[in-house]
Write a protein that binds this ligand. Structure first.
Ligand code: SF4
Length: 234
């Protein structure tokens, strides 16, 4: 397997309440202008390869310390055939598995669910469906909606939805509309856009919203929905 191009060996924040190792898969079928991992999207084949054998050895030697394996990217499900045997091995060895996805491969999400290979999903809901062509080829909007619909029926403890708040794409009204899609979701995390390193050079000229503005919008949305749905991640 030659898809892992980044590795944070220990993370205390990527799996809820667990210690995890975090692997980054190269390649993505989206082009979000604000993407903070441009090297994983564009030039990933030139990045040093993380050997799967090194990951396996690391995990086997730290079974009492590491609880979970988180797979991020890039888009992990782009490389489904290569990922599958690795995830089977990880589960067989007793680790929890979290997968991040942009939501464009509903059938693969379903297959992993059926086989019980993922314990926790982080699924992007990037912007209003009618605007998905700003980040992805037009035919993927339908796929993302399929994934969202499926994931909204997952048990509450095994999924979170995520949005990077990017001023050209989001304002309070748009976020309120997006909240209507997720009103039954367990958790909707917002992370503020950072402009230091981005896929599009234009995005570096965009100023993020003040974090207090996002918190105020999240509070307003939660109050309208009469439940705690939106959380700002700092
Ligand atoms: S933000 Fe995620 S989905 Fe968007 S281009 Fe970057 S890796 Fe791909």
């Amino acid at each position: 397997m030659n898809i892992f191009r980044g590795w944070q060996k220990v993370s205390y924040i990527d799996y809820p309440a667990r210690i995890a190792t975090l692997l980054f898969v190269g390649g993505c079928n989206f082009r979000c202008p604000y993407c903070q991992n441009p090297e994983l999207v564009r030039e990933w084949q030139g990045l040093p390869l993380i050997e799967e054998s090194a990951v396996r050895e690391f995990l086997l030697n730290r079974k009492t310390f590491i609880d979970a394996v988180c797979i991020s990217g890039g888009e992990p499900l782009l490389h489904f055939e290569e990922l599958l045997p690795f995830l089977r091995w990880v589960k067989k060895e007793g680790f929890l598995v979290k997968v991040d996805t942009n939501g464009s491969f509903p059938a693969r999400v379903e297959d992993l669910e059926k086989e019980g290979l993922v314990d926790y999903w982080a699924i992007d809901f990037k912007l209003l469906p009618e605007n998905y062509s700003l980040v992805a080829p037009p035919d993927l909007k339908k796929k993302v909606l399929e994934t969202l619909e499926m994931a909204l029926n997952f048990p509450l403890h095994k999924v979170e939805f995520r949005t990077t708040i990017y001023p050209p794409f989001h304002n309070s009204k748009i976020l309120e509309e997006m909240a209507q899609y997720l009103r039954e979701a367990p958790l909707w995390y917002w992370q503020n856009f950072q402009n230091q390193k981005t896929l599009s050079p234009e995005a570096q000229k965009v100023a993020p919203y003040p974090i207090e503005t996002l918190k105020a919008w999240a509070k307003e949305i939660n109050s309208k929905l009469e439940r705690e749905l939106a959380f700002v991640r700092e």
